[in-house]
Design a protein around this ligand. Structure first.
Ligand code: SDX
Length: 441
């Protein structure tokens, strides 16, 4: 093979440029040129220089990262090199959170102290209940979570000192520990139920189920199958490289704001129906379809471009999302305990048709992580509004891992993309009295 450079001939001037091609650790997955190397390509000295134009970042690497690896063509997902299938089978969410943040699986003593640290920061300040109570009874729990997480920054002013590793660590532990508590309190508020305080003798997911569903029993005993299923779902949702919300976390964090404010912003991005709000939309879609025999009519509407097949498609996976395969297995284990979800039959028929229909095959649309997760959450007793919240809780460890990686990356600085301006050229101010006679723009 020849030199690792790109030779560019600018036909406007006849000039030739040679820019270096550089590689990530795995050349097959990461060959790139620096976009700033294009700025030298000009037609004259007044020229700003060439930029790369990439709306929605379809082919732009914003960072180098060592956290998560995805091969969309082959449906591969690995956290710090460990295949998601192995982690889902053999690990726990807290162990995976440690792996994402530290880069290595913890030793027994490291895991024990990490678990103790997390489970002893699950309480939230009593004042937080006051503004949770201020939300309307029908406030969406995701809106409550976003507002409350942002407000946490006012309880921990030290969090601004983001260059101090010990300060960062305390906020990371607090955020991972308190997300389930805030989520559960938001759920209990929306149901008009009293808040249930954390029980630190339970596991991370067992305590979450306790804070959500405990009623009059003295000590809540989580169903072990549901507790494990939720832990696996949390593992699957913990990170996904430069997805929309993680990109937001890195961008907000690049201004050096505290991590609570950055997580609130990332959660807001995740709330969107095209991202973390998709499993809520999947359930609404299945409920709208209503029965298996009405699936063909809905597919026709999708193909006519009237509606999206929610839970299908992915920016990166052009093959089956490996998480969807695992979630489908978890679904059957949960339904053994809860009874099957009547909407499952509709979902299976949608998948069967979509996987053989030319419209979806040519567009390489496969079920993604959201297609089956909603069915499980609904069967476990979660209301549809809680689904994006159940995504935000585990993704917090991924957001924080990327946040720390960004802060420690010597190449990173405040995120500030360029643009191509298409607006009006300079023009004179028009006095108010003269405007009425002008035709609207
Ligand atoms: C997540 O990035 C991540 O990693 C996200 C995530 C994570 O873990 O963080 O994996 C979680 O967000 C999963 C995605 C959840 N969203 C949904 O399920 C919503 C439905 N999906 C679509 O909105 C869409 O597939 C996206 C948003 C997921 C991807 O959007 P893209 O990259 O624009 O899709 P594409 O370019 O691959 O689309 C190719 C074609 C287009 O049609 P044409 O214009 O070429 O005719 O397929 C069409 C799209 O319109 N298409 C769909 C479709 N998704 C894409 N048509 C019908 N139904 C769909 N779901």
């Amino acid at each position: 093979m020849g030199k690792d450079t790109l030779t560019i001939i600018d036909n406007r001037t006849g000039r030739t440029y040679e820019v270096p091609i550089f590689y990530g650790t795995y050349p097959k997955y990461g060959a790139a040129i620096r976009a700033t190397d294009l700025r030298q390509i000009k037609v004259d000295e007044d020229d700003f220089g060439l930029m790369s134009y990439d709306p929605a970042f379809l082919n732009t690497a914003s960072t180098r990262s060592r956290i998560t690896f995805i091969d969309g063509e082959r449906g591969i997902l690995r956290y710090r090199g460990y295949p998601i299938e192995v982690l889902a089978e053999r690990s726990t969410y807290l162990e995976v959170a440690y792996l994402l943040l530290h880069g290595e699986l913890p030793t027994r003593s490291q895991l024990e102290s990490w678990t103790h640290e997390i489970m002893h920061h699950t309480f939230i300040h009593e004042s937080i209940k006051k503004f949770l109570d201020g939300f309307h009874y029908d406030a969406h729990p995701m809106g409550m979570l976003i507002g409350t997480v942002g407000a946490l920054s006012t309880f921990y002013p030290e969090a601004k000192h983001i260059h101090d590793p010990a300060v960062r660590r305390r906020q990371i532990v607090r955020l991972i520990a308190k997300m389930p508590t805030i989520a559960a309190f938001a759920y209990r508020h929306s149901r008009g139920l009293p808040y249930v305080y954390p029980d630190n003798e339970l596991s991370y997911t067992g305590n979450f189920l306790n804070m959500l569903f405990k009623t009059t029993e003295l000590k809540y005993k989580p169903n072990p199958v549901l507790e494990r299923a939720l832990d696996v779902l949390f593992i699957l949702h913990a990170d996904h490289e430069q997805n929309c919300s993680t990109n937001v976390m890195r961008s907000i964090g690049s201004s050096h704001v505290d991590p609570y404010s950055a997580v609130a912003g990332a959660a807001a991005a995740l709330y969107g129906p095209l991202h973390g709000g998709a499993n809520e939309q999947v359930l609404r879609m299945l409920q709208e379809i209503g029965s298996k025999d009405r699936v063909p009519a809905y597919i026709r509407r999708v193909k006519a471009g009237e509606v999206l097949l929610m839970g299908f498609g992915h920016r990166v996976y052009k093959n089956y999302d490996p998480r969807a395969k695992i979630i489908k297995q978890v679904a059957y284990e949960v339904f053994e305990v809860t009874g099957t979800n009547p909407l499952l039959e509709i979902a299976l028929e949608l998948e069967r048709i979509a996987l053989e229909d030319e419209y979806f095959v040519t567009r390489r649309l496969y079920p993604n992580v959201d297609f089956y997760s909603g069915l499980i959450y609904q069967a476990m007793g979660f209301p549809v509004e809680m689904f994006p919240v159940l995504f935000a809780i585990p993704r917090t460890s991924g957001w924080l891992a990327h946040w720390e990686e960004m802060l420690q990356d010597p190449e990173q600085k405040i995120s500030r993309p360029r643009q191509i301006y298409d607006g009006p050229d300079v023009r004179d101010y028009v006095p108010l009295e003269e405007r009425e006679v002008r035709a609207p723009a």
